[in-house]
Design a protein around this ligand. Sequence first.
Ligand code: FES
Length: 143
Amino acid sequence: MEYSEKVMDHFMNPRNVGEIEDASGIGQVGNMKCGDIMKVYLKIEDGIIQDAKFKTFGCGAAVATSSMATELVKGKTIQEALEVTNKAVMEALDGLPPVKVHCSCLAEEALHAALWDYAQKNNVTIEGLEPPVNDIDEKHHHE
Ligand code: FES
């Protein structure tokens, strides 16, 4: 199995690790199969994601994909952030080995769960956003 240089970089030096104290939205998602857990914090002001942080009890690929995902959503609008899918994150990392694709889903789902939390707290509807799952197995059966 081989990891791209970008994956290794984001694994060794993950960006945005930590939590945001007054986060606008927090999402947590697990993956029952591997037991990994991902938590994402978002600071949203005027519809723009001002800051994003994550904490994970997860594998190296989960660390690298969350690091990249949080980097990509910073400064974006909520709608733009929805386009930061696990595929977009994997592309930005120059790919992941097929057995690690589900790890990138963990990052995407946690991000969506944080957006959902924000929407609930602020009584807004985010078009195209589905209710979050607690475990990615509930959604990504095929992976
Ligand atoms: Fe569980 Fe990667 S092995 S998230």
